[in-house]
Ligand binder design. Structure first.
Ligand code: PLP
Length: 361
């Protein structure tokens, strides 16, 4: 017997979602974003499946090394660029592209000895105010990079959208306007759109798009379900019901003893908890499905267990399959109930879980 909690990864769904990106942005090349262990789905597993992508985006050298070690030969872009000049040697050895978003990184490149053909994506801050060159400094920084003997002459331009998930927000058009004005005179390939930009802002598609979340089958648009966008969930977090008990009206359930049964009722115990990456804030009323039927969590999640309301799903028995998120329950909904976002839940899935990989449509 082994613990019933497990993650099921559906590679056919991943390929399907990739084809949705192609259909939505047919004129753009695709940089598949696989940082944070491919949003918890397994870096090499995901990258080896996305054989039609034009490039990969990762957050750090370690992730890029893992891909190269696995034999992935496609371009790989370090989305935050080098964190120090000492990384440049590995970057050239592994033939990685880098984002350059700060003058310190230009200095690292200027000080890098000898000729190298490091491909650079120069990042412009069009309004998110996280990474990127201030519009007023873009042209001067561009010229500085152009003079750098370590840099490949074909420099690209990049920016990132802060609020593309909200189709009603005026911010995206303002960012596009700033980016276009700032870079108007520069001849270079451009990349702007994350998943939300791909779905909601066709005018942001540019030469390359950078999907992350939507590849994994999660809706990048506020208040829009993934199914409405033709996306299929890639990850399913599952377990089983390991106990059923009758608890009397007024009796508490779980840690803190702060949830009291409103009536005599059946309470189920599911073998999964925050030790698996289920959110600790996914307490009372967070949805969950048993045998594909929807009910809710009651009380506080424990490390390895959840307590669930069985009063609305009569007839269930111990051993019945439970889905914490996946095909019968979008991870977006669980995230919302737990006061977080789907990105965080996917990334937090614990590596102690058994991963089962399927490849069926
Ligand atoms: C993570 C990331 C993306 C992907 O964003 P999603 O919202 O997951 O599609 C795109 N571009 C950059 C720079 C990123 O860091």
């Amino acid at each position: 017997m082994s613990r019933p909690a497990q993650v099921v990864i559906n590679l056919a769904a991943l390929r399907h979602n990739f084809s949705r990106v192609r259909a939505l942005a047919p004129a753009s090349k695709i940089i598949s974003v696989v940082k944070a262990d491919a949003y918890g789905h397994g870096l090499v597993r995901v990258a080896s499946t996305l054989i039609d992508t034009d490039a990969f985006g990762v957050a750090c050298l370690e992730e890029a090394m893992e891909l190269r070690d696995a034999g992935i030969r496609k371009p790989i872009i370090l989305l935050e660029g080098p964190y120090s000049g000492t990384e440049l040697q590995d970057i050239t050895r592994l033939d990685l592209d880098i984002v350059v978003h700060h003058p310190d990184q230009i200095q690292m490149l200027e000080q890098y000895p000898g000729k190298a053909a490091i491909r650079v994506w120069m990042k412009v801050d069009s309004g998110m105010h996280r990474l990127g060159f201030d519009p007023a400094t873009v042209v001067a920084s561009w010229q500085r990079l152009k003079k750098c003997s370590a840099v490949h002459p074909d420099i690209r331009l990049m920016t990132h959208l802060a609020n593309a998930s909200n189709p009603a927000s005026p911010m995206t058009l303002a960012q596009l306007d700033t980016f276009n004005k700032t870079c108007g005179a520069i001849q270079a390939q451009r990349t702007i759109a994350n998943s939300a930009g791909i779905v909601a802002w066709p005018q942001a598609h540019a030469d390359y798009v950078r999907p992350g979340l939507m590849l994994y089958g999660v809706s990048p648009i506020d208040n829009t379900e993934s199914s409405a966008l033709g996306l299929l969930p890639v990850m399913s977090l599952q377990s089983t019901l390991i106990s059923i008990r009758e608890v009397k009206k007024g009796e508490p359930v779980g840690y803190g003893a702060d949830w009291l049964c409103p009536q005599d009722m059946l309470v189920g115990i599911v073998a999964a908890g925050y030790g698996d990456g289920f959110p600790r804030h996914g307490r009372t009323d967070t949805p969950i499905t048993i045998n594909g039927r929807r009910t809710r969590i009651i009380g506080n999640p424990s490390m390895d267990m959840l307590t669930v309301d069985l009063s609305t799903v009569p007839g269930v028995k111990t051993g019945d399959p439970v889905e914490l998120w996946g095909n019968s329950l979008p991870v977006e909904e669980v995230a919302k109930a737990a006061g977080t976002i789907a990105y965080e839940l996917l990334c937090a899935v614990h590596k102690r879980l058994r991963f089962i990989v399927h490849d069926q449509s």
